[in-house]
Design a protein around this ligand. Structure first.
Ligand code: ADP
Ligand code: MG
Length: 290
């Protein structure tokens, strides 16, 4: 764990994101969404989202189907179909809405679903090497441009890093030689995602755990991965419809989204309240507007 943190702090200098405002010295939060409005095909889905995540914190975003959770994840990822009409999304004080999806990844944001799901004939190891060295090399270039010293990652270094991360995540070596997502079970797809996250060493990960298809194996992979990787170097926004994922991952903060807004925020007890009352019970409590 300690070793990893040292690696993370090296990486964080390499992202080009100023450490002067990145560690709370000036009170700038790691990630801050303010009054975010976004539309798709002229239909407004996000109607003023406010959400702040401090460095290294694990937050869960819950809400009924259709409340806009995935839309928020897509907007954070920079999906071109969504138009932001108002508000801001800041990462260490910088406006991410100005950045391309690639830049977002280079600066240390990780979004689980923005990667291809089926690439026949490409092994897991090769896919990860391309995806990860692209991001890491761009970070290294940014560091050089900022006057620092950094070398692009060699294939040998990549293999060593992958071995280390796979060991950390208790993954079988044979997994790396499998062909990407061909015949992968739900759990194996999640394993690939989590391995990619581990290799990219993001400073914040957004995981949209869609409601369907998360069997118990997949749930365990996601939760063990998040629990192994989350820490001072990596914050998490875990999006989920179901409370059950939170039996495995313990967020420090829970937010409830309804009708395109965060209507309630609290501690882990909020997830339990939700389990007891259901979304209808909470809806009644926060008012008829949603
Ligand atoms: P959640 O992830 O909370 O279930 P979504 O963000 O997927 O919610 O959807 C929020 C709303 O946006 C829903 O009402 C859905 O019908 C609408 N929506 C999602 N995608 C599109 C689209 N491509 N075109 C029009 N409406 C959409
Ligand atoms: Mg969704």
């Amino acid at each position: 764990m300690r070793e990893r943190r040292e690696t993370m702090s090296e990486t964080s200098t390499g992202t080009g994101i100023g450490t002067s405002n990145g560690h709370g010295a000036t009170g700038t939060p790691m990630f801050q969404i303010e009054n975010l409005h976004a539309s798709i095909e002229d239909k407004e889905i996000l109607k003023g989202v406010d959400l702040t995540i401090g460095q290294g914190e694990v937050h869960a975003l819950m809400g009924p189907n259709g409340s806009g959770k995935s839309t928020l994840a897509y907007v954070i990822a920079g999906h071109p179909s969504y138009e932001v009409t108002e508000g801001s999304v800041k990462f260490f004080g910088e406006d991410i809405l100005e950045w391309s999806p690639e830049e977002r990844a280079q600066k240390g944001l990780f979004l689980a679903f923005q990667y291809p799901t089926v690439i026949p004939g490409v092994s897991m190891a090769n896919f990860l090497r391309m995806a990860v060295t692209n991001v890491r090399n761009a970070r290294a270039e940014a560091e050089v441009a900022a006057g620092g010293e950094a070398k692009p990652m060699t294939p040998r270094e990549f293999r060593r890093l992958m071995k280390e991360k796979m060991a950390m995540l208790k993954m079988d070596d044979a997994f790396a030689t499998r062909y990407l997502n061909e015949g992968f079970s739900g759990g194996e797809k999640k394993r690939a995602e989590i391995l990619q996250m581990a290799l990219l060493e993001p400073r914040m990960a957004v995981l949209d755990e869609t409601d369907s298809g998360l069997d118990i194996d997949a749930l365990k992979v996601v939760s063990e991965g998040v629990n192994a990787l989350a820490g001072p170097g990596m914050g998490v926004l875990l999006i989920t419809h179901y409370q059950r994922l939170l039996n495995f991952i313990k967020p420090q903060h829970v937010h409830i989204m309804m009708a395109g807004r965060v209507v309630q925020s609290g501690g882990p007890e909020l997830a339990h309240e939700l389990e007891a009352k259901g979304y209808e019970g909470l809806r009644a409590q926060v008012g008829a507007a949603v």
